[in-house]
Write a protein that binds this ligand. Structure first.
Ligand code: ATP
Ligand code: MG
Length: 575
């Protein structure tokens, strides 16, 4: 091969046409705000991950929306770590998130941490105490829950609700100073225990947590709750459009309440639908469980829906961006077919990958009438989608490997590949005819053929036709490789749906990984480096795995060729 896959990606890659833009109600809101000059024509967004796990494809949707919308209107996007739960957060996750956002192709304007704002948040909490809008409460977490009431019943006021400002200031200072044990007291907003919105029933603003924080160390033993940190962080960064997923819709009144009480920059929260994918779980907590229990090899296992997993599997950032653009954003939660994501992966890989021949489950073929010791170089096209990708030479000789699946001693109807007495075309070259088989017990271990020297260019001078073209690798020139094939990690469309008393892990697919250790590759693949992507003819798209070493290559199947999504689309159109 003359060009490496890397070059193809950066230089010669045919640029993907900008994906069609489906309607996106957030864009409409921004357009409206620009029209009325709400934020002086400014658009500022942020992507706010909690560093408690690796990013997954659901986060990619949020990233594409935040960065994409800001870019569209000449705005800016911050990356902000929402690090208010010290017990679950780690530097490893911060590092992986930074790498993943960059890999997706985005660069932030400011990099911030909610923990950067702990002093400011604390000051604002004191301010709310002084304004009689917050109080220290001694109820336990369980009691707070009981007092909160339910959707049908109003809550009950805490007996500590009417403490004096002085007492609250004193207790809050002592909470901060570390005088009280974890869980013994909280600071709560004084709003309305009868509000129909449970989030407004005196929500907790601060809790006591004697925990080491990955950035602030042991400086704090009280930590703000999400609701008291998020909106205020938005406001500090002068975020105009704070977009988040629908489960926060009920929190918006509280988001606005804090901003109004403090009189700070009026960021606005807009909620969109969370991405759900069939056969996939998008929850860091559950993905962490799979890692901890060793159900997968790690966060970057190619079966994982994490960005590091799908990167390792061979998905391209462009394919993910195209997918996210196509799904848009809406106000109702639904589920997207995994086949649709795979469709975008194929579409992108088809344009950018070099073709190669590889045999996953080899069967020896001896061409009896081909001269011993002779080697010919057959010319093969590197990428029919990209004339600039050129051609390469593939060695052909007397002994080849073909796919076991491409031979049947006793072919069923509609099987047109090789079988005794049948002639097929070898990809890029000759016609061969099967004349004999060698068996070990019941198993065919070798096939004997003759070839027709007149068919070197893949056609017969007498115009006789063959019904199948199969791929092959010259045995003498083949390089050995390990190939890992993947199926969906879960067997059910909605893996979170489990019978009573069972865990979601009951839905794991026991066949999600198949390792083939005897694959045979054409010699041009010898130089493949981890991350290089190819189309193995007739088999699918493959990517050299991180475990690859020179002389011991490992490939992941990114996705097979068959495009079920195109079929679904066609079926739906026909309806
Ligand atoms: P998880 O349940 O997987 O931990 P999360 O919402 O707690 O998800 P965060 O790190 O808090 O994860 O999320 C950062 C941003 O990404 C948030 O704005 C969140 O709404 C968004 N996000 C998370 N999951 C999805 C998803 N499946 N689809 C779209 N956006 C998502
Ligand atoms: Mg979260």
């Amino acid at each position: 091969m003359t060009t490496s896959n890397r070059d193809v990606e950066t230089a010669a890659a045919p640029q993907a046409a900008p994906p069609e833009r489906p309607s996106n109600f957030i864009r409409d809101i921004i357009l409206e705000d620009l029209k009325i000059n709400k934020y002086n024509g400014r658009v500022q967004t942020r992507f706010p991950p909690e560093p408690n796990g690796y990013l997954h494809i659901g986060h990619a949707k949020s990233i594409c929306l935040n960065f994409g919308l800001a870019a569209e209107f000449g705005g800016h996007t911050n990356l902000r770590f929402d690090d208010t739960n010290p017990e679950k957060e780690e530097q490893e996750y911060v590092d992986s998130i930074i790498a993943d956002v960059r890999w997706l192709g985005f660069e932030w304007d400011g990099l911030y941490y909610a923990s950067d704002y702990f002093d400011q948040l604390h000051e604002w909490a004191v301010q709310l105490i002084q304004a009689v809008k917050a109080y220290v409460c001694d109820l336990t977490a369980e009691e707070v829950r009981q007092y909160r009431g339910s959707l049908t019943e109003p809550g009950k006021e805490s007996p500590y609700r009417d403490r004096s400002v002085a007492e609250n200031l004193d207790l809050f200072a002592r909470m901060r100073a570390g005088e009280f044990p974890d869980g013994s007291r909280t600071l709560r907003a004084k709003i309305d225990m009868a509000s129909p919105n449970l989030n407004l029933r005196d929500p907790v603003m601060y809790r006591i947590l004697h925990a080491e924080h990955h950035r602030t160390g042991d400086k704090w033993c009280i930590y703000p709750m999400y609701d008291f940190a998020h909106g205020q962080s938005d406001s500090i960064e002068r975020i105009t459009h704070s977009i988040c997923t629908l489960e926060f819709e009920d929190h918006r009144p509280l988001y606005n309440w804090f901003i109004e009480q403090l009189g700070i920059f009026p960021s606005q929260q807009i909620e969109f639908d969370r991405l759900n994918l069939t056969y996939t779980l998008l929850s860091k907590r559950k993905l962490l469980q799979l890692v901890r229990e060793g159900r997968v090899r790690g966060w970057d296992d190619p079966r994982m829906p994490t960005l590091s997993g799908i990167r390792r599997r061979g998905y391209t950032p462009q394919a993910i961006r195209n997918f996210c653009a196509a799904i848009g954003a809406s106000k109702t939660n639904g589920s997207i077919e995994l086949a649709m994501l795979e469709h975008f992966v194929r579409e992108d890989l088809n344009k950018r990958t070099l073709r190669a021949m590889a045999v996953l489950r080899p069967l020896r073929v001896v061409i009896d009438n081909y001269p011993e010791g002779q080697v010919e170089d057959l010319e093969a096209v590197n990428n029919p989608e990209d004339a600039g990708a050129g051609t390469r030479k593939v060695p052909f000789s007397r002994v080849l490997y073909i796919e076991q699946d491409d031979f049947r001693e006793d072919p069923p109807r509609h099987f047109f590949r090789l079988s005794p007495g049948r002639e097929v075309r070898l990809r890029g070259g000759y016609f061969i005819m099967c004349t004999d088989v060698v068996k070990d017990e019941q198993t065919v271990v070798e096939v004997h053929c003759t070839y027709d020297p007149e068919t070197r260019r893949g056609n017969a001078p007498d115009n006789r036709k063959v019904k199948a073209t199969i791929h092959w690798v010259s045995a003498e020139h083949a390089i050995n490789a390990e190939v890992r094939l993947y199926e969906n990690l879960f067997t059910t469309e909605d893996p979170s749906n489990v019978p009573e008393g069972q865990e979601f892990t009951a839905n794991l697919n026991p066949n999600s990984l198949e390792v083939l250790t005897n694959a045979k590759l054409e010699p041009s693949l010898a130089s493949a480096k981890p991350g290089d992507r190819y189309q193995f003819e007739r088999l699918g798209y493959f990517s050299a795995d991180l475990d690859s070493k020179p002389g011991a290559l490992v490939f992941n199947r990114t996705v097979p060729l068959r495009d079920t999504w195109a079929k679904i689309e066609k079926r739906d159109r026909a309806k």
